[in-house]
Design a protein around this ligand. Structure first.
Ligand code: FAD
Length: 847
């Protein structure tokens, strides 16, 4: 018995100690010393045979070798590096530039398998300055009030002139432009709040305002423009005298934008009466937002210098330039119709447009750097405009659906009381909470100087997808009310706009399949990029040293992830360290667990599939889903802290994290199930799911709590939709729904009296109006109470009403007054019948 106990003790010491050291990521040297001490103790006190002890010392020798740095470098790393170089996947310049763009932030921690939560928690909660708050409460609310989706979409085909002038006069297009150029110089967080508020009211306005504040000429100039270019364009862009657009997409180059064939050839030409060296440009772009009314086109094209007028190279690659539309040969003016959401969007072409070299953003020395500029800026812009639009739409959906389902009755009860509707409502609320959290936490990080490239792609994909799901559920819970278009339909416009967000700024299937994990694996992995750089270092000696260091750290990281993954899975992560002792504690621990499992699976995928992983889109998409779920769940936890840990929000937090981590579990399962190497995947499964798939999706009970929160007026409902435009005024359904919901709550006791009276046979009418009249006559309720009920009833009837039209009203009357900025409008009077406009003078005179 005592021999058995002794054996158990030594086993525990060696195996448990080994797992502990690996779990804690104790460095190699300390681990070797610890192993040595344990072995000495075992050799002296252990009762194993001499052969067994000798074998253990032999194994220890293998552990010592990596400590002999010079030796391991020559004998182990050098041959491995040779093999690694032959295996290196070919990388194009554009891929390399995409990989190097932006910074690594919380995504890197999740990739580490051991996230340092303190790093996330230290980030301050994003706040708005007084000026930004005043803008949201002032011009932004006012603009929302002015917007009328029905008029824009079905009558005018554009926002009214009054609205355009208001947008420009209040500098909605200049949120990112510094004050010294006349802009508003808002934070990323403020920019996202304005976009979300506008999106809660009108997709046309949020798309229109989003573009100049996202990837466009202003952003490009601010980061890469010469001082001269900034002085020339930024004041005009801030005042609205210049209307920008950015043209990258062409018919042959959509998702594969880098394959564009639009060209600029360096040559001699005439410019203002003199012969100069300039660029002759030809392009054919489509889908360009604001192009029809732009005065300046940011253009991406490939630059060639066949006569070597500016240097040795002939082919410079993708370059970005600013093209005034009044340059001869430029054509803008025609419009596309993006799904009946008529924001200004159209094609632009240029034929033999000649401009001086200083049209290149950043001047001639930035020739060929266009792709890098774009991907760098995308690493910020993609996290703001479209995710905030989706979040704003979600907020409006949550607010309206919560109230509508309470007010709308079928089978003698609010439809919110039906479990099926409740399930959809919980999704609307939960997904909206996730979007809110992701947008505000990521915008906060951007304001702290991060350029989070991978999180931007995560937000772009997931927020727009969640937005689409929320929209579908909102349609469903509203039934026919959402389908009948007309001035009173507040859901249809958002529903029609949803696919636009899915398609732009990197279409979603591509973003999920190629970008999130493709970029993340290289960019956020703690060692892969270092190994890649070291292997391609021209200084081979330095390359060997760096590669050796990265490789052995990588091996240690792999061993640690193996230990962490299995230990955290076996213990349900109950002992893992987290920063807070709050009701959300377990959620941090669950993310810790999946972070280790993900890091392990990720290394496994790269090791077993190598460069082929790029082509196995579904495998890499699933790993990307795990990373995304962890990122979004972390944002939820941080958002909950940022908002002051409101207990009433706990159901939303629990629902969100559970949903996301359940998805992470299922994505990992699907990854293992579909990995081509079945044996290796089966072994890996033992380390990731040693107890099977034990994580559960949110329960119905949590869902019911969310339904209550969404359908009852109060701070939690308000906070979930805090940016939505909810003012109580004619034409704003959100305000009217809230008003009716409050009446519903106040008058609930009266309604109960009516129901009781009906049961007792005091009143007999089937309809609510009739019941009120009878109850008043039977003195079940007083006159005052009857009036209140009648008023409430009228409001509900108006809210559930839909529009109908005389047949001849179906013929749309688009007024010519659909109105871009005044000056552009004035110019358009001289347009050729085709609507195409060459060498147009589009400079605004009125700004
Ligand atoms: C309303 C609107 C506004 C726009 N505004 C602008 C603008 O201002 N400026 C600008 O330059 N562009 C703009 N665009 C263009 C937009 O960025 C492109 O539409 C987008 O990049 C996709 O290109 P595509 O439409 O040609 O689709 P395609 O490239 O033909 O893609 C079709 C489908 O194939 C998928 N796909 C492609 N490659 C892969 C792959 N490797 N793996 C998996 N799936 C793949 C895509 O995800 C997509 O689902 C706008 C587009 C729209 C619709």
């Amino acid at each position: 018995m005592s021999a058995l106990l002794a054996s158990l003790f030594w086993m525990l010491l060696f195996i448990g100690g080994g797992i502990y050291l690996a779990y804690q990521r104790v460095d190699l040297r300390t681990s070797t010393v610890a192993a040595c001490l344990a072995l000495i103790a075992y050799t002296i006190f252990g009762d194993g045979s001499l052969i067994w002890k000798f074998l253990l010392w032999l194994a220890f020798g293998a552990m010592v070798v990596p400590n002999l740095i010079e030796f391991r470098r020559e004998k182990i790393t050098k041959p491995l590096l040779r093999i690694y170089r032959t295996m290196l996947p070919k990388m194009s310049d554009t891929e390399r530039e995409a990989l190097e763009a932006g910074s690594v932030w919380w995504d890197g921690e999740l990739f580490s398998g051991m996230p340092d939560w303190d790093r996330l928690m230290e980030y301050p909660a994003p706040t708005l300055s007084e000026e930004e708050q005043a803008f949201l409460a002032g011009p932004c609310e006012e603009l929302c009030r002015m917007l009328d989706n029905w008029d824009i979409m079905h009558q005018r085909g554009d926002m009214s002139r009054e609205v355009w002038d208001f947008i420009i006069a209040n500098k909605f297009f200049a949120m990112i432009i510094p004050k010294k150029y006349g802009g508003l110089e808002f934070s990323a967080y403020a920019n996202s709040c304005v976009t979300a508020k506008l999106a809660s009211r009108s997709p046309i306005a949020s798309s229109t305002v989003g573009v100049p504040n996202s990837l466009g000429p202003a952003e490009l100039l601010l980061h890469y423009g010469t001082e001269e270019q900034k002085d020339r364009y930024l004041p005009g862009l801030a005042s609205g005298a210049e209307i920008p657009c950015f043209a990258l997409t062409s018919p042959e180059a959509g998702s594969d934008a880098a394959s564009l064939i639009d060209s600029g050839v360096v040559c001699k030409g005439q410019w203002q009466g003199e012969e100069i060296t300039g660029i002759r440009l030809n392009w054919n772009k489509r889908y360009i937002t604001l192009a029809p009314i732009a005065t300046v086109v940011g253009l991406a094209f490939k630059l060639y210098d066949p006569e070597h007028l500016i240097g040795e190279r002939e082919d410079y690659g993708i370059t970005a330039a600013l093209i005034p539309v009044d340059t001869p040969g430029v054509e803008v003016g025609r419009r596309h119709m993006p799904l009946n959401v008529p924001f200004q969007n159209g094609p632009t072409t240029g034929k033999d447009v000649f401009l001086p070299l200083d049209c290149i953003i950043g001047g001639p020395e930035m020739a060929g750097k266009g792709w890098r500029m774009l991907v760098e800026l995308l690493s910020v812009g993609r996290a703001i405009t479209l995710p905030s639009t989706a979040a704003g739409g979600g907020q409006a959906a949550a607010y309206s659906s919560g109230a509508y389902t309470k007010l709308r009755k079928q089978f003698n009860t609010s439809i919110a009381n039906f479990e099926g509707i409740g399930e959809a409502l919980a999704r609307i609320g939960g997904y909206t909470y996730i979007m809110n959290a992701a947008v505000s936490v990521t915008a906060g990080a951007i304001d702290q100087g991060e350029q989070p490239a991978v999180p931007s792609a995560i937000l772009k994909y997931h927020c727009t997808e969640l937005g689409r799901k929320v929209c579908n559920d909102t349609m469903d819970v509203h039934g026919g009310k959402a389908i009948m278009l007309g001035p009173t339909n507040y859901i249809g416009p958002g529903y029609m706009a949803t696919p636009i967000a899915i398609t732009v700024e990197g279409a979603n299937i591509l973003t999920r399949s190629l970008i999130i994990y493709g970029q993340g694996a290289m960019r956020c992995h703690p060692f892969v990029l270092r190994e890649l750089h070291a292997a391609s270092d021209e200084d081979t000696e330095r390359g060997l040293i760096d590669f050796d260091e990265a490789l052995f750290s990588h091996v240690g990281y792999g061993i640690s992830n193996l230990a962490r993954s299995v230990f955290l899975a076996l213990t349900h992560a109950k002992f893992s360290r987290v920063p807070l002792n709050t009701p959300t504690r377990r959620f941090y621990q669950n993310i810790n667990r999946y972070s280790a499992a993900f890091a392990l699976a990720s290394d496994f995928a790269m090791l077993t599939l190598g460069g082929a992983l790029k082509k196995r889109e579904l495998l890499s998409a699933r790993l990307g889903d795990v990373l995304s779920s962890m990122y979004l769940a972390s944002c939820v936890l941080k958002h909950f802290e940022n908002q002051g840990r409101r207990a009433t929000d706990l159901p939303l937090v629990e629902w969100s994290v559970r949903t996301l981590m359940y998805q992470a579990q299922e994505a990992l399962h699907a990854f293992l199930r579909n990995h081509p190497n079945r044996w290796a995947a089966a072994i890996l499964r033992l380390f990731i799911f040693p107890r099977g798939r034990t994580y559960s999706a949110p329960s119905d009970t949590i869902g019911n709590k969310i339904v209550k929160l969404m359908t009852t007026s109060g701070e939690a409902r308000d906070r979930l939709s805090e940016l939505a435009y909810t003012a109580l005024e004619p034409g704003n359904p959100l305000g009217q729904l809230q008003e009716a919901l409050e009446l519903f709550e106040q008058l609930a006791p009266l309604e109960a009296r009516l129901r009781q009276a009906r049961k007792e046979g005091l009143i007999r009418a089937e309809d609510f109006g009739g019941q009120i009249a009878e109850a008043e006559r039977a003195e079940v309720i007083g006159q005052n109470e009857a009036e209140k009920l009648r008023d409430y009833h009228d409001k509900v009837v108006a809210l559930i009403a839909v529009d109908d039209f005389a047949t001849d009203e179906f013929i749309r009357k688009r007024t010519a007054e659909g109105a871009p900025p005044v000056a552009v409008q004035a110019d358009r009077a001289n347009e050729p019948a085709s609507g195409k406009k060459s060498t147009a003078k589009r400079k605004a005179q009125s700004a």
